[in-house]
Design a protein around this ligand. Structure first.
Ligand code: ADP
Length: 481
């Protein structure tokens, strides 16, 4: 089975969020079960610099895009082959999708149109490579046009999987872009890529791909409803026979408290001493009062309304009354960044807010916090709640998407039978959040029960192998290989 995995970001080469984690780990997991999976991504200079010695495969001048080259390298750790599309005008910039002030690059349609076009070219009958994939696996709107290109090119196009990592990013552009992108006028229809008078890369993927997947079973059913469907629920419900929810895994090597180089002291379920040391080190690093007995709530996320950090902000006065500390790491919407900075200034020693992106600190918060907060409004899968369970930091989550599929409520019954791993809110508001944190704090005071809860989460297998087999099942089904 040969699979080309097209993506706009992949850890550790380029990352803004969970898509990169999946793109870094899933192809490696697929290779481990015998699939020849290779990655295709834009040639961001910083990404190419991390992929070893690069070999140029070909260079062409495209009428719509100009001079473009294809190079091949490999992921530094996993060795997965990675093809880069080199285009200085498109990809040699600091932000992947946006400039420094958070505005989308004005030529994103062309930047990711090129990615989609290359994906279709390399997967199609005219590929210049000696690797012709059985399946093209596309991810999110940035690669959504690829199934459309393949559809219009051949009567028997290469089968495609389109994975939705987040339905709320839809790649919407004015209809005038269609011509530049080289798609036929007939594609601009309700049964096609037209979306309320504009064109949507996401809808192209949803409409033309042979099979759709999304990153958790619960999100797969939620997105067929108006509440979670972000305008695409009709199309998704119509394609429900072709839609599968496959839970993301996590990179169990990179996120392993026993070997994590970002931590001051390693630890494991059998020896939790390093976790206590990590908490004190984190309190020191962030300027919080150093106190082993104060419950420390951690949060690492993009600061967007999706992640529910506005609800946490609203709950702060009541949370502080429960006697907790808060360590927040994140970046995103200016209003939320300002609000967190203000709260940290107003409560020195109790609240620490680090605004920005910091991989090492993300690991230290997962490890050093006692409880992890992730009250997302919606959550396709979510990774942080899995990291936190693996690090013995029970999460507080909203019962949606992948959060509902990966966290088991600490009811008395679940505590007794060893299933409990965290705290689950049925409703998302500050009152429910405070009540869940209160339950967590009460349980935290019962050291043995708390350690049991920590160990339940630490024992969970969130690795990629199971999911890789499920993806292979989908590839086989659509390619009959
Ligand atoms: P999403 O993809 O919606 O952002 P996920 O929980 O699926 O959410 O994945 C987020 C990933 O990005 C995790 O690996 C998380 O640790 C990381 N991350 C998010 N914000 C930051 C940050 N400010 N610093 C470091 N890592 C971050």
């Amino acid at each position: 089975m040969k699979v080309l995995f097209a993506t706009s970001e992949a850890h550790p080469l380029a990352k803004t969020g969970g898509l990169a984690d999946v793109s870094g780990a899933l192809p490696a997991a697929l290779r481990e079960i015998g699939v020849d999976a290779r990655v295709l991504m834009p040639g961001y200079p910083a990404a190419m610099a991390k992929a070893g010695k690069l070999l140029e495969i070909f260079r062409i001048k495209l009428p719509e895009h100009g001079e473009t080259a294809l190079l091949v390298g490999a992921f530094p750790d996993s060795g997965v082959p990675v093809y880069f599309i080199e285009h200085a005008g498109y990809y040699a910039r600091e932000g992947l999708y946006q400039d420094n002030s958070g505005h989308d690059w004005p030529d994103n349609a062309m930047r990711f149109g090129l990615l989609s076009q290359f994906a279709a070219l390399l997967a199609g009958p005219k590929t210049p490579l000696d690797f012709r994939p059985d399946v093209l696996h596309c991810n999110d709107w940035q690669t959504g046009l690829a199934p459309a290109y393949l559809h219009f090119e051949s009567a028997a196009p290469t089968p495609t999987v389109f994975t939705v990592h987040n339905l709320s990013y839809q790649g919407i552009f004015p209809p005038e872009e269609l011509k530049q992108l080289g798609l036929p006028q007939e594609s601009f229809a309700i049964d096609g890529i037209e979306y309320y008078g504009n064109l949507s890369f996401l809808k192209a993927g949803l409409f033309y791909a042979s099979h759709l997947t999304t990153v958790s079973p619960t999100y797969a059913s939620e997105i067929q409803t108006e509440t979670f469907g972000a305008g695409m629920h009709g199309l998704l419900a119509a394609r429900s026979q072709d839609l599968t929810g496959i839970l993301n895994g996590i990179d169990m090597r990179e996120w392993n408290p026993a070997t994590d180089p970002h931590l001051v002291a390693p630890y494991s379920a059998g020896n939790l001493a390093g976790k206590a040391a990590g908490k004190l080190a984190l309190q020191t690093e962030l300027g919080l009062q150093v106190d082993p007995g104060t419950p420390l709530l951690g949060m690492v996320s993009r600061l967007t309304t999706q992640k529910g950090s506005d609800v946490v902000i609203e709950a702060v006065p009541q949370l502080l009354r429960l006697g907790v500390q808060l360590a927040v790491l994140g970046g995103g919407e200016a209003g939320l960044e300002i609000a967190w900075r203000r709260l940290a200034d107003a409560h020195p020693g109790r609240i620490a807010a680090v605004i920005g992106y910091n991989e090492g600190l993300a690991h230290r918060i997962e490890a050093g916090a006692d409880v992890f907060l992730m009250p997302s409004r919606f959550e396709p899968c979510g990774l942080n709640q899995m990291y936190s369970q693996r690090y013995g930091t029970p999460p507080v989550v909203h019962k949606v998407g992948g959060l509902a599929d990966t966290v088991t409520q600490a009811t008395l019954g679940n505590l007794a039978n060893g299933m409990a791993t965290g705290f689950v809110l049925d409703r998302l508001d500050s009152e429910s959040l405070v009540s869940a944190v209160n339950r967590a704090v009460i349980l935290y005071r019962h050291k043995l029960a708390w350690q049991k809860l920590m160990r339940n989460g630490m024992a969970r297998d969130f690795g990629w192998t199971k999911s890789a087999h499920q993806y292979l099942g989908v590839y086989k089904k659509i390619s009959q290989t």
